[in-house]
Every structure is written in C-alpha cells, then in structure tokens.
Design a protein around this ligand. Structure first.
Ligand code: CTP
Ligand code: C5P
Length: 368
C-alpha cells in the first residue's frame, strides 16, 4: 500500500472497544507496527446497541480508555459501524487493520467488505482467550478458574460462557475460547524495556488494577505528573482476594500485568508486588515517592498500614483523581443489565458459529 506524501504510513482501526482489555491493546500494538501513525475510530453507544446490544462502558469512557493505550496516536469519536473508503480517505489512512475474527452488522453483513474489496484491509492475529464476553461471564458467574493458583486452593465454579446459556458444543473459535496463555514474549512486546534515566524522579504505586478502568487511568495520569518514571506494583491474586473477597480479582495477575503495561503513563510493572511497601523495595527501585488514590487503604494481614515506611520517610502522597469508578461498580452495572448482556453475548457467538458453518459448506462445495 502506498505511503502518504510525507512517507508516513497512517493506519486505521475501528471497533467498540468495550471494557477495553489487553486483547484490544494487542491488536492496536500489531496495527501500529504495520505503519507509523495509528488512528482508532470508536462507535457510539447508539450504534453498538443497534448492532450487538448495549455496551458496558459509555462512549466517553471508551474514548478515554483507548486514548490511554500507548500505541494510539489519535481517536475518532463516533466512527461508523461499516468501514468505508470515504472514512479512510477522510483521515488520510492508507489501510484498515482488524483482528482475524469476523465482525458483522445486525443484518449479518461483514463490516469490512468495502475496504477488503478495495485491497485496503490488513489482518492481525486476534488474542486468544480474552474477550469482553468472557470477562462479563466471570463477573456474572463469580467463577474463580482464572486465578493463577488453580482449583486446589479455591473452589471451582461453572465455566464462564457455558453457564451463560451458550451451547458448549457450538462454540465460536473467536469469542468462545476462554483461556489466555501468558508468555514472556507478550510481556516483552508490551513493555517499554526502559530504565529510569539519571536524575529521573521515580514514583511507585501498588494495587489490584483489576479490570483496568477509567478510575485507574485518571489516577495513573495524575501520578505520572508527580514524577518521570512510574512503577506499578501489582498484588498477587491471593493478596487481592484476601482484601476484596468473593471471586476477585476478575482478571488474573498475568492479565492485569498486560492491561497496565498497555497504559501510556506506566513505565514498569512489578509482577506480584509485596503488599507492604518496604524499605528494601523502595531502595531496590530507587523510589522517590509512593502514591495512593482516594480508595480506602486496606491493612496488611497483621493489621499494619502497608504504607507505614514511605509515610515515615516523608515520601507518601495521596492523589485525588476526581474519578469514582471502581471494579465493583463495573460488576454492579453488569449485574443490573444481566439479561441484556447475556443475550448480546449469546447472539454474537451464535452469529459467528453460523458464519463458520456457512464457510465450511462453501469449502465442501468448492472441493466437490
Ligand atoms: N480483538 C483482538 N483480540 C481479542 C478481542 C478483540 O484482537 N481478544 C480485536 C478485534 O479483532 C478488533 C479490535 O480488537 O480488531 C476491536 O474489537 P471490538 O470491536 O471491540 O470487538 P470484539 O471482537 O467484539 O471484542 P470482544 O470479543 O472482546 O467483545
Ligand atoms: O483498587 P485498586 O487496587 O485497583 O486501585 C489501584 C490504585 O488506583 C489505588 O491507589 C486507588 O486508590 C487508585 N484509584 C483511584 N481512583 C479510582 C480507582 C482507583 O485513585 N477511581
């Protein structure tokens, strides 16, 4: 595909980007690697509701979340559901990139048929084992299989989407796959791989960062303004479960690592950080300041304050991001609209299964 006159390859991606997860981020990472400048078009709540049912996050939340992903240069609000050549030309994009799953309108039309026909479409590999459908399933069913410790330590619930009323014999390979396999390669691809420069002010925060959301994003943006190099310590799954209870965390440690690494304000992540911020941790990472947001600070197992050390050293600051979103509020939204989400998930997978069967039939006809 030809480059723009200044030699810059401009890439277009579009989608719903609901409950933005590391699968979305990974598709944007791959898309960016195919060019130089990445523009992401995001559909409105109205468009998504018409074609596949109501989104969990509002359009304003979805726009903000995608703007927070480090490979994104620009977001176009209210992009049309069907990608047209006019849209690509309007934003001066060379081609459009999408994952290797099929997206259809409510009438079953491939939303990329126009750009495919014009040869202005490229495909990247969809990240197996993560989908909005699966995350919604974990929330609704309170399953715990995603915990890293396995069933011997925690009771095992029903498998996510099969208990959503989906026929397990007719699962789609796209939204139906429900196990993400983390690799070191994925972490390397998501990581900045940079060290703090001499003189950089290093800021440290710790938490669950479960189902990475706008509250986390606003908090990290403010914290980043406090220094030059931001390290996020992620608590282990059992630690999060100790202070949050129920089936939390919804996303396991490896999944949370990738979601946080995809955020443009984050420089480095500690995978399974100690709950208490110790002197050893602070000197190991040369931490100049430790921050916490407006959520309550849960005591450590022995009842002590996990921030006692940085407080004593005069290196602790509370940050007010003026955003009251929490993971629990997302779960509440989903539970309140349970029926609509179940129907939406069910319909999406059934459409994919029907399409696959039709594709198989075409192959058989071609062979005979
Ligand atoms: N995507 C991906 N890997 C995933 C999920 C989504 O690569 N596990 C990609 C899609 O292929 C698409 C982009 O992310 O290119 C935006 O996806 P979106 O429109 O939000 O679609 P969904 O496929 O509906 O996402 P989900 O299944 O999670 O609801
Ligand atoms: O609750 P969790 O451990 O995921 O929070 C991680 C960090 O983000 C904490 O410092 C918390 O106070 C902050 N946060 C925030 N505003 C929100 C949600 C979380 O400042 N709405």
């Amino acid at each position: 595909m030809s480059e723009n006159s200044n030699g810059i390859v401009r890439v277009w991606c579009d989608g719903c980007y609901d409950m933005v997860h590391f699968g979305h981020a990974n598709s944007l990472r791959q898309a960016k690697a195919l060019g130089d400048y990445l523009i992401v078009g995001i559909h409105t709540d109205e468009e998504i509701t018409r074609h596949k049912g109501p989104p969990v996050f509002t359009e304003q939340e979805r726009y903000k979340m995608v703007r927070g992903i480090k490979w994104v240069n620009e977001v176009v609000e209210g992009a049309p559901y069907i990608t047209t050549l006019e849209t690509l030309d309007k934003y001066n994009c060379d081609f459009c990139v999408h994952g290797d799953d099929i997206t259809m309108t409510a009438d079953g039309v491939d939303t990329y048929h126009l750009v495919k026909a014009a040869g202005r479409y490229k495909e990247v590999k969809r990240t197996a084992g993560v989908s909005t459908t699966d995350v919604v399933g974990r929330m609704l069913l309170m399953t715990r299989q995603h915990f890293r410790q396995g069933p011997q330590e925690y009771e095992v619930g029903l498998e996510g989407s099969s208990a959503l009323g989906l026929d397990s014999r007719a699962r789609s390979p796209w939204t139906g796959c429900s196990q993400f396999l983390p690799t070191t390669q994925k972490i390397i691809q998501f990581s900045e791989g940079k060290e703090p420069k001499p003189g950089d002010k290093v800021v440290y925060v710790a938490g669950a960062f479960d189902v990475f959301h706008v509250g986390h994003l606003d908090f990290l943006e403010q914290v980043r303004n406090e220094g030059d190099f931001l390290i996020v310590g992620l608590h282990t799954d059992p630690a999060v479960n100790r202070y949050k209870g129920s089936n939390y965390p919804i996303m396991n440690l490896h999944e949370r690592v990738l979601s946080v690494l995809a955020c443009k304000y984050v420089s480095e992540v500690v995978i399974g950080a100690p709950y208490a911020v110790t002197e050893e941790l602070m000197s190991h990472f040369h931490v100049d300041m430790v921050c916490h947001g407006q959520t309550s600070i849960m005591p450590d197992c022995d009842g002590s304050d996990p921030y006692a050390v940085p407080k004593k050293l005069g290196k602790f600051k509370l940050i007010d991001s003026h955003n009251t979103m929490t993971t629990e509020k997302i779960v509440d939204r989903i539970i309140r609209h349970r029926l609509e989400f179940e129907t939406r998930n069910y319909k999406k997978e059934q459409k994919e299964v029907a399409l696959l069967e039709a594709m198989e039939r075409c192959k058989l006809v071609a062979k005979s």
